[in-house]
Design a protein around this ligand. Structure first.
Ligand code: FEO
Length: 396
């Protein structure tokens, strides 16, 4: 463990854990590792905000111990019971025996059900209530479904600082603790949002309403770097992703065995680009599904391709479809394509799924038998052009 001390404002420290080797965070691709952030407040009452994931309790306790004896902790604030934040409470209580766990009503219920047999010294706090810590205080704001029903955030008005839990987080391990020290945070933030938050976008908008007008200088999330600059930019991005994430762009995703569907994918992509719409392309056998999901969230058109495997879409594309569904893609144009040998079936399944996911418009699918001919590739190119024109029309 590093002995670095990260003091965000006077008496408020980052004391989390860094997982440099994390590559898959329950389905989210994390090529650069991840972090579990916890924060220690030194005031008349010593307070820890959140804990860390399984196997990282020692790192958390060691880090706290470089600042204060953990036995002096008065409050353990449990904002969210998902195990990446709550697993260490039992370990913390061993070294902080006088501490009370502060959480919401549902937080208490979820803690007891998640750790049967553990006796937690819980104090339940109401939505909007405040807790004095000495010179500073915390106001608790419940933000159900960002990410679980029990989730709350804690606002410190004296510093205009919010401990935002999963909101504004990303999974990235870095020697830097602040977002302004990291150049390329957009894609990790987008991937995290699209995989973990987007399904509950309406809840994010409700949460924004609850904190409307609250002055904010610093955002301390439970994953990834701390936001201390460009607060307006990051909140605007979150607002956009939660309301209308689509830009004038398209994405083509596909999977293939004998490369016919790949040929189709590239011809379609060319057709989309030819009318001036940027189009990205992902081979779902080579890309982690959550990476393609992040691109799909911002695309106005999502074009899904798969060869027919027996009677169904080849499995990488089949596996991607729930990722697409969880974007709540109701303002997107969808289209399906693929090759088949004899019976076909993949594009029929994919087209029905796009309709079931409530895409705002779904095109008739495009099929090619065996190997695409020049004529078939021309059809693919024209199919892409049609999709591209629809994207352009949506923004004109
Ligand atoms: Fe980082 Fe929903 O837990």
């Amino acid at each position: 463990m590093t002995s670095e001390k990260v003091e965000i404002v006077k008496g408020v420290y980052w004391v989390g854990a860094i997982d440099w080797t994390l590559r898959d965070f329950h389905g989210l691709w994390t090529p650069r590792g991840g972090t579990y952030n916890a924060y220690l407040i030194i005031d008349e009452k010593i307070t820890l905000i959140d804990t860390v994931a399984p196997n990282f309790s020692k790192e958390l306790i060691d880090r706290i111990s470089t600042i204060i004896d953990p036995a002096k902790i008065d409050y353990l604030i449990c904002q969210h019971v998902e195990p990446d934040h709550s697993t260490s409470y039992a370990d913390m209580l061993k070294v902080a025996p006088k501490a009370k766990i502060i959480t919401s009503m549902r937080g208490a219920e979820f803690l007891e059900k998640s750790y049967p047999g553990v006796k937690f010294p819980i104090k339940i706090v109401e939505d909007g209530s405040s807790l004095g810590l000495g010179k500073r205080s915390l106001t608790f704001v419940q933000i159900p479904m960002v990410h679980w029903p029990e989730t709350m955030i804690s606002y410190m008005p004296e510093e205009q600082l919010v401990f935002s839990n999963d909101a504004f987080g990303m999974q990235i391990a870095s020697p830097y603790r602040y977002a302004d020290q990291i150049d390329d945070w957009y894609e990790p933030l987008r991937a995290y949002y699209s995989y973990i938050v987007r399904w509950n976008a309406a809840a994010v908008l409700k949460a924004f309403k609850k904190i409307e007008g609250v002055p904010l200088k610093i955002i301390c999330p439970s994953h990834g770097p701390i936001w201390r600059k460009n607060i307006d930019q990051i909140t605007e991005i979150y607002h956009r992703w939660s309301s209308s994430p689509e830009k004038e762009q398209a994405v083509v995703v596909y999977s293939t065995i004998w490369k016919s569907t790949k040929q189709m994918a590239y011809a379609i992509r060319e057709g989309i680009a030819s009318v001036g719409v940027p189009a990205d392309i992902y081979n779902l056998e080579e890309e982690y599904l959550s990476r393609a999901q992040g691109a799909a969230m911002e695309a106005k058109a999502v074009v899904v391709g798969a060869m027919t495997y027996n009677i169904d879409p080849y499995y990488p594309t089949a596996a991607f479809m729930p990722y697409l569904k969880h974007l709540r893609p109701t303002s997107k144009i969808g289209a399906a394509f693929g090759s088949y040998g004899w019976g076909g079936g993949a594009t029929k399944v994919l087209t029905q799924q796009l309709k079931d996911f409530k895409f705002s418009e779904v095109l008739e699918p495009l099929d090619v038998q065996f190997r695409p001919t020049e004529e078939d590739l021309k059809r693919c190119f024209e199919y892409g052009q049609e999709i591209g024109r629809k994207v352009k029309a949506a923004f004109s």
